[in-house]
Write a protein that binds this ligand. Structure first.
Ligand code: HEC
Length: 424
């Protein structure tokens, strides 16, 4: 498998990537470590806790946000006080699956509480959740990033009626670019039509005009808009946008962008999760920022173990793989961000460069299929030419009776990370 041809590598890659989908099971909380003594100084909701929530929580935990409940008022917060203390102490909230402590990179899009902030929430709960002075001025809620400029909008073109008889409908929509010639994507924002069910989105660029033509032929072939693409884009294609709810706009690192050919259609893969089905259709739009040229062309490189095999009935099985970043021209790379991926048996993932410093590329201490996404470095990482990488993925296979292999279905697994790469 590791000496596979470029074409089948691409195909496998695409198969794999698309299951960067999302599950919808609830997060599991790490149990509270025991009773906490009351704090010596009283901690108040309005003075001490609400500023933390405004900065780190309310962009999701507000009316119309993606979280299932609000944390805006004292009453809201008291109702879930214990759970807030637990979810923050265990770093389940705010959701950000990679280690952003600085042990393995700092991230520009990190959602992370300082230890002192976690203490404040814990102390507030332990101290009896005191209200304080409701007239205390509230700092403005931090909002999600937006694009400075929208050059083009990908429109799936229909009010898509998802298959209401299943839990997860994966559908690919073929969208013709409204530009001609070569452009570079430097940013993207997703506007879900029906936010209740639009659970995850990937925009794929077919690797050639022929693959784009194949996508056009698939479009509508089953009598419905788009085509079914459960585990992949079906045609050979690479991701150019990866989106999960709550991320806001993605702005690619300054001066960089990924090439898009206006004559080749793009494929918008939607994952509709119908657990909270409201019976409404969806028409999602993807806003793009495009440039005619960029200083530095970027591409999605990949470290993946296509030979993955996970034995059954193991509470913790770690798969180790060594290899180079696939795709790209070779030579010395600069890496700007990581996009790790496993399915639902995944528990931990780590990628290290096999250099003298064992440079940590990405570390996921507690994988959560629901919160995968793009993780952008504060400081890009420069690699030696053709730098080998070590990738390790840990799984819980207790629920499985047989060996689990690499594959695109929910019963299969993956062990990979994409990287946003330029030349040095
Ligand atoms: C990016 C969006 C987002 C942000 C930011 C966020 N949450 Fe959440 N939160 C969610 C969603 C969505 C859920 C529902 C469970 C899930 O999908 O993981 C949730 C669930 C929770 C839960 C319930 C967990 C449980 O299983 O009982 C608590 C408590 C919570 N959030 C507190 C917070 C606090 C406190 C903050 C800020 C420090 C915060 N959240 C920041 C989206 C967010």
């Amino acid at each position: 498998m590791r000496q596979t041809s470029v074409l089948s590598l691409l195909l496998l890659l695409v198969l794999g990537l698309v299951l960067a989908g999302c599950d919808s099971g609830p997060s599991v909380l790490v149990p509270d470590g025991g009773d906490r003594p009351p704090p010596t100084d009283p901690v108040y909701f309005h003075e001490d806790v609400l500023p933390i929530l405004a900065e780190h929580c309310l962009m999701c935990h507000s009316a119309g946000g993606i979280a299932p409940f609000e944390l805006r008022t004292y009453d809201d917060a008291v109702e879930v006080g214990e759970r807030m203390a637990e979810a923050t102490r265990s770093r389940i909230m705010p959701p950000f699956v990679v280690d952003a402590s600085g042990d393995c990179n700092h991230y520009t899009n990190a959602r992370r509480l300082e230890d002192a902030e976690i203490e404040v929430i814990g102390d507030w709960v332990a101290g009896g959740m005191l209200e304080g002075d409701p007239t205390t001025p509230v700092p403005p809620t931090v909002t999600l990033p937006t694009l400075d400029r929208v050059s083009s909008t990908l429109d799936i073109g229909v009010q898509y009626e998802p298959d209401h008889s299943i839990t997860d409908d994966y559908r690919c929509f073929v969208v013709e670019p409204d530009w001609t010639g070569i452009k570079y994507i430097t940013g993207a924002d997703v506007r879900p039509g029906n936010a209740e069910i639009a659970h995850h989105l990937i925009v794929f660029a077919p690797v050639s005009a022929a693959e784009g033509a194949r996508a056009r032929r698939l479009d509508g072939s089953d009598g419905r808009p788009g085509y079914q693409c459960f585990g992949d884009a079906v045609v050979t294609a690479l991701p150019v946008v990866l989106w999960a709810p709550g991320a806001g706009a993605q702005r690619y690192p300054e001066g960089t962008g990924i090439q898009l050919d206006g004559s080749v259609p793009l494929i918008v893969q939607m994952h509709y999760n119908l657990l909270a089905d409201n019976g409404e259709p969806d028409r999602t739009h993807v806003d793009l920022t495009l440039e005619d040229r960029v200083d530095t062309e970027a591409w999605m490189g990949l470290v993946a173990d296509f030979g993955l095999e996970i034995p059954p009935r193991m509470p913790s099985f770690t798969n180790e793989y060594e290899g180079n970043i696939a795709f790209g021209p070779g030579g010395a790379y600069r890496v700007w961000g990581a996009f790790p991926h496993m399915h639902t048996m995944g528990r931990q993932l780590r990628v290290e460069a096999m250099d003298a410093a064992s440079t940590c590329m990405v570390d996921v201490p507690r994988w959560d299929f629901n919160w995968q996404g793009a993780f952008w470095y504060q400081t890009p990482i420069d690699l030696e030419p053709n730098q080998p990488m070590r990738l390790s993925c840990t799984y819980d296979s207790m629920e499985r009776d047989g060996t689990t292999y690499w594959g695109d279905s929910t019963q299969d697994e993956m062990c990979l990370s994409f990287f946003y790469v330029t030349r040095r």
